[in-house]
Design a protein around this ligand. Structure first.
Ligand code: ZN
Length: 382
């Protein structure tokens, strides 16, 4: 068949522009179940997190990778996983994803998961670091930085960390909501806010940055360096106020940063992915993905992926798994994404005759070319 010479979503390499490290620990049932939900709590007595789209997807698609029949029971699955050991099970699941590049955010529970170099080994792929802005500020404070020295110290630390990273990430959505004031805060405002933060810590508060002025300062420092800035958007764990996570709340920030050279990557976005698609159309520096939502919508993920192909230009859509911890999530992120993209493009071919060559070109844009351009990787390496 002539179409076979074109790359399709099932064989294209993927660049996962937002994920975290995997754990290679041997996981007991409670630990495993905690990694396949965004809830912070155990499933209610007598129920299991396996009874969900992601749980069914693991049994359907991951069980065969570990040598089991599709729809092995959760008990059989976890028994097989521990027979193999966490490291070997993870290696098998990761290496079957076809992900060639992982952009790994290192600011969350970093001591429990593999770092980028270890991920590259386990997955037999390339790995790059993405730095979490709020974590950098917290590291400075933990290291004893005072209010007067904060801005200069932060500049220095950000510069240093950016030398080894492809971009930065902000969890403003979690800490202050996305309805923050868009404009750059003054130096005086920042100094006062840091002094206030340090006072609260001295009185026993945890070192958890949730001061809007300081977070805005961190964002603008990244804008000044023309970074690729990832924002958590929409769906996440129970720590998030979802009604304050619509990407539309960033509209003024996007207007103010349009000419800056910074690029804004809207992560996950569900259930606001149509809003994100709108922003990606109207703002030249906005990109987005529906990672995380793909895994957790399982058999319904085809529809979510098709919806990302409504308003957004094809050169603005990215792939991510947003996997954390369990290797199953990278595996499913890739598998379900490939399937959803393929099916969406097949429908367009059926309805409007999209040629195989054009479907292939769009596939490659979304699978990896857009991310390489948006993160400016092509400028550094041949
Ligand atoms: Zn994430």
């Amino acid at each position: 068949m002539s179409t076979e010479s074109f790359m399709t979503a099932s064989d294209v390499p993927l660049l996962d522009h937002h994920c975290h490290g995997v754990t290679t620990a041997d996981l007991d049932r409670a630990a495993f179940e905690s990694l396949i939900t965004e809830s912070d709590w155990d499933a209610p007595d007598g129920t299991t997190h396996f009874d969900s789209q992601v749980g069914f997807a693991i049994r359907r698609h991951c069980a065969p990778v570990l040598g089991l029949e599709p729809f092995a029971t959760p008990e059989e699955y976890l028994r097989r996983r521990s027979e193999l050991g966490g490291a070997e099970a993870s290696r098998r699941l990761l290496r079957a994803t076809g992900i060639s590049d992982y952009f790994i955010e290192t600011g969350y529970r970093g001591d429990e998961i593999l770092d980028p170099d270890e991920m590259a080994d386990a997955a037999d792929a390339r790995a790059f670091e993405v730095v979490r802005l709020e974590r950098l500020a917290e590291e400075l404070v933990i290291g004893g930085c005072d209010a007067a020295g904060f801005r200069a110290a932060y500049d220095g630390l950000l510069e240093e960390r950016l030398r080894g990273a492809v971009g930065v990430k902000s969890i403003a959505a979690y800490r202050i909501g996305l309805d923050f004031a868009a404009e750059r805060p003054s130096a005086r405002e920042v100094d006062d806010a840091v002094a206030n933060w340090l006072d609260r810590i001295a009185q026993g508060d945890p070192v958890r940055l949730d001061a809007p002025v300081i977070i805005r300062h961190l964002l603008w420092a990244a804008v000044d360096r023309a970074c690729a800035i990832q924002f958590h958007i929409g769906y996440g764990d129970a720590d998030v106020d979802l009604h304050r996570c619509s990407p539309l709340l960033l509209t003024e920030f996007l207007r103010l940063t349009r000419e800056s050279g910074a690029r804004v990557m809207l992560l996950h976005c569900y259930p606001f992915h149509r809003e994100a698609g709108y922003l990606a159309q109207v703002f030249p520096h906005v990109y987005f993905d529906v990672g995380l939502a793909i895994n957790y919508t399982g058999s319904r993920s085809d529809e979510i992926i098709a919806e990302t192909l409504e308003l957004a230009p094809f050169h603005k859509i990215l792939f991510s798994s947003d996997a954390f911890g369990a290797a199953e999530l990278y595996h499913l992120g890739a598998l379900l994404f490939r399937r959803g993209l393929q099916r969406a493009l097949d429908v367009f071919a059926e309805r409007d005759g999209w040629p195989a060559s054009e479907r292939s070109r769009v596939t490659e844009l979304i699978a990896w070319r857009n991310a390489r351009r948006a993160y400016r990787l092509d400028e550094e390496s041949a």
